[in-house]
Design a protein around this ligand. Structure first.
Ligand code: SAH
Ligand code: SF4
Length: 351
């Protein structure tokens, strides 16, 4: 079956599938059935959809397909995480990380093939950006992983847009994927369990704030002042720290919701008590929490993670100032699957 002549149904939302059913002379509930089959039951083949009736099934089967990306490789970490290497239909490759946790799981998805933002500590940046992913390519990552892991429907699943790419530079596809993932007739994942992480694309944050179905927002802060931040994240020159925090202050939060700030800790660069005090000042008045992520190292960059005692001291300063702070040791480090390590590494590094 050929991709051009048989459009992919994976990536269409409920109303698009209802519209398709209508075009094929069927009532809208058939579209809903199709939506449920693709996204709730995770069906991979159209002929398997026996509940649709023979006529519709044959018609769909001769004209459309359910096209999943191919799993090229799996890299299993000693901590239980699995890094998946997917090949898309045009040959581009992306990565997704599965992190099981006692009856729950988190799946870290990519929003772009590579990334254009160029943060100075992130290995995905070394790839540059190839292209945006489609909504179908985004939702198919958790679906394919759930199928591969034979995941039961009841498993509590968190989705984090913290894989390759900058999600807010591909917001239309990301927003559509979120609509599909949260749909009760589909995967039915509550918005509270989906997080979009951004390097600080201000217009994207404002647009996300206006979406009808909105995930949680995480912002990669990574520095305690503008000078430090623009040295680490060149995007800060375009969207400066002060403006970014203004956009965060104006972001429409729901009851009990907070913005998560991520802070990659780099030894001797941004990890002093003075940095922690400045971070506390920056976040003053914001409904925020902060995740401290010790840097995951690699050869190309000069940084090191701080000693754990330094990370704990930093956390203590923030907490003393009333800011909920948490240390997040990345999973999947031994298979190049941790934060910032997604770079299509063919083999897991040793050690
Ligand atoms: N582009 C988005 C989401 C993907 S990056 C963003 O930047 O927010 C996900 C997280 O990994 C970000 O918070 C980023 O700061 C962090 N990160 C990048 N490189 C890292 C590294 N080498 N070690 C630890 N965290 C890293
Ligand atoms: Fe892109 Fe995020 Fe990596 Fe920065 S940290 S280069 S925005 S993936």
């Amino acid at each position: 079956m050929n991709a051009a002549s048989h459009p992919n149904l994976l990536g269409l939302d409920r109303s698009e599938l209802e519209e398709l059913a209508r075009k094929l002379g069927q009532p809208p509930y058939r579209g809903r059935q199709l939506f449920r089959a693709i996204y709730a039951r995770r069906a991979r083949e159209l002929p398997a959809l026996t509940d649709l009736g023979l006529k519709l099934r044959n018609e769909l089967g001769s004209r459309y397909r359910i096209g999943y990306p191919q799993i090229r490789q799996r890299f299993s970490s000693s901590d239980g995480a699995v890094r998946y290497l997917f090949e898309l239909e045009d040959g581009e490759r992306i990565e997704t990380v599965f992190m099981p946790d006692r009856g729950r799981a988190t799946i870290c998805v990519s929003s772009q093939a590579g990334c254009a933002v160029g943060c100075r500590f992130c290995f995905t940046a070394l790839l540059g950006v190839k292209r945006n992913l489609t909504a179908g390519e985004i939702v198919s990552q958790p679906l394919a992983v759930a199928n591969d892991q034979a995941m039961a429907r009841g498993v509590k699943l968190n989705i984090v847009f913290m894989g390759m790419g900058e999600p807010l530079l591909n917001l239309p596809a990301v927003a559509k994927a979120v609509r599909i993932l949260t749909d009760k007739d589909g995967p039915g994942i509550p918005w509270r369990r989906i997080t979009v992480s951004t390097a600080g694309i201000i217009p994207g944050i404002r647009r996300l704030g206006r979406e009808s179905v909105r995930p949680k927002l995480a912002v990669s802060l990574n520095a305690s002042n503008g000078e430090q931040r623009s040295a680490l994240m060149p995007i800060d020159k375009k969207y400066p720290l002060g403006d970014l925090l203004d956009a965060c202050r104006e972001y429409p939060l729901r009851p009990r919701e907070r913005i998560t700030f991520e802070y990659v800790m780099l030894d001797g660069v941004n990890d002093s008590d003075a940095d922690a005090v400045r971070v506390a000042d920056l976040l003053d008045g914001l409904r925020a929490k902060i995740n401290l992520i010790p840097y995951n190292p690699g050869e190309e960059f000069p940084f090191r993670p701080p000693p754990l005692a330094r990370v704990v001291a930093f956390e203590t300063v923030l907490r003393a100032r009333g800011i909920p702070a948490f240390i997040r040791i990345s999973r999947g480090r031994d298979v190049a699957g941790a934060c910032g390590q997604l770079r299509l590494a063919p083999l897991a590094p040793r050690g």
